[in-house]
Write a protein that binds this ligand. Structure first.
Ligand code: URA
Length: 239
């Protein structure tokens, strides 16, 4: 069981600098199970720890694993230029924890965005070797045709790629609606593949990653949730 001093615990959870965390503790703002703890040197077991800070409860988490239902007109970058960043949709202390998107969605793409502060998790989840399928619902400017689906499934050449890129699956969902499943996460990949196949993507939504669907998370646009170990296991493709 891991034990840490109270000031380190607060800092690790993103409540600010060590100095600021100590001042919160000194001021009696931190309690555990209804008891104020005002000695910042006190060592406390982190397993199952729930802190109350400014009357709000925070369960200790060594790492953050989050799913956000990204709305349109938010940028995934930590330094957004034209629209607010997705971090503005989350509690402020998550920014102090170096929370990052796992792969990016364009500013106008909606849907499931994973975020974490666990470097190896981010790396593994984004690695092309892992073959994590991402499921997109694309709205097309021109009607979907069997030829379009065939082209996307057999592979289209993008001008800066060494080889054609193919969708893992592709099915028509409506006259202008296509479900497309990709294992790679290249820049603007769905939009560029549709353009290369002679159509145009007018709206894009990511509905699932691996076996984890946005519907199952029951989030509204702009809402987020912590992912449980069972939900994280769904992100790994089955062998
Ligand atoms: N492909 C795109 O073109 N845009 C996204 O946001 C995601 C995948």
């Amino acid at each position: 069981m891991s034990k840490l001093s109270l000031d380190r615990i607060l800092q690790s959870q993103g409540f600010g600098t060590r100095k600021y965390c100590r001042s919160l503790i000194d001021d009696g703002e931190v309690s555990i199970a209804g008891v104020v703890h005002d000695n910042y040197k006190e060592t406390i077991a982190t397993d199952g720890l729930v802190l109350t800070i400014f009357e709000e409860e925070w369960a200790y988490r060594e790492h953050l694993y989050i799913a956000l239902y990204k709305p349109a007109n938010f940028e995934c970058s930590r330094k957004p230029s034209h629209h607010p960043g997705v971090l503005t949709l989350l509690p402020e202390q998550f920014s102090w924890r170096e929370l990052q998107p796992v792969g990016r969605l364009d500013h106008d793409t909606t849907g499931m965005l994973l975020m974490s502060d666990d470097g190896p998790f981010i790396h593994a989840q984004s690695s092309p070797k892992r073959h994590v399928p991402k499921i997109y619902q694309a709205t097309t400017a021109e009607p979907v045709t069997p030829e379009l689906i065939e082209q996307l499934k057999s592979g289209v050449q993008l001008h800066d790629e060494p080889a054609p890129l193919a969708a893992q699956h592709c099915v028509q969902r409506g006259e202008h609606q296509l479900e497309i499943v990709l294992e790679q996460g290249k820049y603007h990949q769905v939009k560029r593949m549709l353009a290369a196949a002679g159509n145009h993507c007018s709206a894009l939504h990511r509905s699932a990653i691996g076996g984890l669907t946005l519907d199952a998370l029951a989030l509204e646009e702009g809402e987020w949730c912590y992912l449980t170990p069972e939900q994280l296991a769904l992100l790994v493709p089955s062998a």
